[in-house]
Design a binder for this molecule. Sequence first.
Ligand code: SAH
Ligand code: SF4
Length: 418
Amino acid sequence: MTAPLAATHTDGVASASFVEKRPLEQYVAPAKPSLVGLSRGALAEALGAIGVPQRQHRMRVQQIWHWLYVRGAQEFDEMTTLAKDLRSALAQHFTLARPEIAAEQVSVDGTRKWLLRLPGEVDSRPHEVECVYIPEADRGTLCISSQVGCTLNCTFCHTGTQRLVRNLTPGEIVGQVVMARDRLGDWTPTNELHPPLKGGGDHERRTRLVSNVVMMGMGEPLYNFEAVRDGLNVVADGDGLSISKRRITLSTSGVVPNIARTGTEIGVMLAVSLHAVTDELRNELVPLNRKYPLRELLDACRDYPGISNARRVTFEYVMLKSINDSLADAKALVRLVKGIPAKINLIPFNPWPGSTYECSDWEQIEKFSEVVFNAGYASPVRTPRGRDILAACGQLKSATEKLSARERLALRAMAMTD
Ligand code: SAH
Ligand code: SF4
């Protein structure tokens, strides 16, 4: 029997023995729904609902798909391959709305962070989630959210302290990518469309600014499985946004029953937030471990559909000073993942006001990384980006819980001293 979980939070949210909070499932959908994020099937249904004859569905869906996801149309009137009547019928019943941008910040290192406003419950304030763009020499990675807040309560994670949780819809998931392409001017211009692009995939003729997507923002994606699956399948569609599944990574804290489904129903790259090499410590850092312990989690990784040396599972490991960063931990880590085609990502802990952990010393991270490297694993240390705008991992926290001026100052001070 497992011992009762010790209270891990000090903010009054946590009772003594909980693994997860419950999400709010209701929100007020906009009166006029947006077509952004609908699957082809749902788009055909929407056309049917406004009287488009069924025999036209396939072609109209193809045309609208192209305008939405290749050209980034923001108004139905841009869709010049559709008859005027159809355009106005569409405009009467639907929108092309993306998540509303409440704020945009650009870091000195080029990282961009958007605060997005999403509809809330009846009579409640709108929700907010964050989305971050990280440009690098050979790629541009968009970090997107799957939930407002998170039902889980990892002790080192700022998002976990947020009380309110709601699942994002597929439209809100796809909408983050569409919004980023809007803001970055990352759509295919008309002069690149002759002959029309077909199944762009990885063979896009120009490098996209948003070339990679990681589901590592707010929320536990495998607790919002269907919406994440449907949304990511739209993001990966080769005739649309065309971000190949090899360039999409989903990070989970270890929702074992949905790991195999992620491989078969989505087919994206898998990252697992490991963070500890014993159940005892992982129970504390990632309380979900009490439900799905290490052994089951590692078995699910070993059996991940499509796993190979070319498609490795990434293990994320946050470096917490004197908690999980000893060289014995490093050795145990390589023993634990033995036999699994794996990469190991060491993440320096990003402190936040009220957090009780410290980031491991740089020297210790280097020594730890050497052990992992000598065991044959690439062990890049993920450099925190955008710290001046609080965009680094685990610091995504919605403004629904406003930071006090003092907290803001403290955070800024931390960013500056890094
Ligand atoms: N819920 C999912 C995905 C979002 S968190 C998950 O837990 O995997 C994305 C990554 O950031 C996870 O590996 C998470 O453990 C890590 N993370 C969370 N808080 C952090 C912090 N304060 N410092 C560094 N990494 C953190
Ligand atoms: Fe949720 Fe992931 Fe944060 Fe854990 S680390 S609380 S699963 S967002």
